[in-house]
Ligand binder design. Structure first.
Ligand code: AQP
Length: 335
């Protein structure tokens, strides 16, 4: 059996939240433990598809790297690096852009959400975001990509782009990267509105639990989280049409590594005033060691910079020959 190569990334756009953690980062840590080759990128080129403060971007990149390590990614076992430090990402993106269809990019839900009605004035980078994501993955011939549910559509496009390349040049050059959408919390919802995704860019801080929130803040946010007047149901089916309730049960199940039906066996029939403090306690128990480790790491930015620099060198060693091979297949001049 060929070895898996796992690739994924997060944008240094703001503090990471519980959705990023449960939907992606926690699963990365589990995958790393299985001994496969893991490459975790801080996708800063993706971040600038919306304007970023130049004096904050580098620090935000360090913070995301610190969050990876604090959550359990071991830089001795996994490659951690900033996307912008490996030129192959942007170079391969251009090559892949030549075989990506505008019509398909226009149908991407994330683009439609972020562009809103303003598609005429929106930047080309935001439109081409999924092509850069395809390049991120294919630059390493990654076989598996652990992401949250919201990235599934982009992954499908990356698979199509890989096929288009292989078919056009009659080669088996790029593998078909498999999305890995794992665990109970593949789509954590806003604490204020159970029908909206928990997101870094939500204007209200009360909508999300940040990895940097202290115990008091976490408890206060969970206390105010949207539910309804009925107590917790006894079966998962009864969570249908109760988005806020479903979200809190999902978060609890995911943090505890249990199924939702198991959680409802314990709490079914109980009021939210019993469940919410329990949820707050386990959220704090899981997140506070990560927050603490993160702030210890951030007290030594030189160490994080060294990890990122080493990671970029290792990533470049993998990506550069794959890019060259891609260019050779396409017939580009070489000395
Ligand atoms: N709410 C979520 N539930 C489960 N998984 C989620 N992810 C994001 N939000 C949720 C997963 O986290 C990984 C990294 O995401 P990202 O940093 O690339 O940005 P994003 O998906 O755009 O996250 P946000 O919070 O929604 O950021 P903004 O608001 O800036 O766009 C991905 O694997 C993603 O699936």
């Amino acid at each position: 059996m060929t070895k898996k190569r796992i690739f994924s990334g997060m944008q240094p756009t703001n503090n990471l939240h519980l959705g990023n953690y449960l939907g992606a980062l926690k699963n990365w840590v589990d995958l790393q433990k299985q001994g496969d080759e893991c490459i975790f990128c801080v996708v800063d080129l993706h971040a600038v598809t919306v304007p970023q403060e130049p004096d904050k971007l580098a620090q935000a990149t360090r913070e995301i790297a610190a969050a990876y390590i604090a959550a359990g990614i071991d830089p001795e076992k996994a490659i951690i690096f900033p996307q912008s430090a490996v030129a192959a990402h942007s170079q391969l993106m251009w090559l892949l852009a030549t075989m990506s269809q505008m019509g398909k990019l226009e149908r991407m839900t994330q683009f439609k959400d972020k562009a809103g009605k303003n598609t005429e004035r929106v930047g080309l980078g935001l439109f081409a975001y999924p092509v850069l994501m395809a390049a991120d993955i294919l630059a390493y011939k990654a076989t598996h990509v652990p992401v949250g549910e919201d990235q599934k559509q982009h992954l499908e496009l990356a698979r199509e782009i890989a096929s288009t390349f292989n078919t056009r040049y009659k080669v088996e050059h790029f593998p078909q990267p498999e999305p890995q959408i794992l665990g109970e919390a593949t789509r954590v919802m806003s604490l204020k509105d159970g029908t909206k995704k928990m997101s870094k860019s939500d204007e209200s801080d009360l909508s999300r639990i940040n990895l940097t929130d202290d115990a008091e803040k976490i408890a206060a946010k969970i206390k105010r989280a949207q539910t309804d007047s009925a107590p917790l149901p006894i079966s998962v089916e009864e969570l249908k049409d109760r988005a806020g309730a479903d979200n809190l049960v999902t978060i609890y199940a995911s943090l505890m590594g249990r199924s939702k039906s198991d959680v409802l066996k314990e709490f079914g029939g109980q009021p939210w005033s019993v469940f919410k403090p329990e949820l707050a306690e386990i959220a704090v128990r899981h997140l506070s060691p990560i927050t603490e480790r993160m702030s210890d790491l951030l007290a030594h930015p030189d160490k994080i910079d060294r990890i990122l620099k080493d990671g970029a060198e290792q990533a470049d060693i993998i990506a550069r020959p794959i890019l060259r091979e891609t260019m050779d297949i396409m017939g580009f001049w070489r000395a």
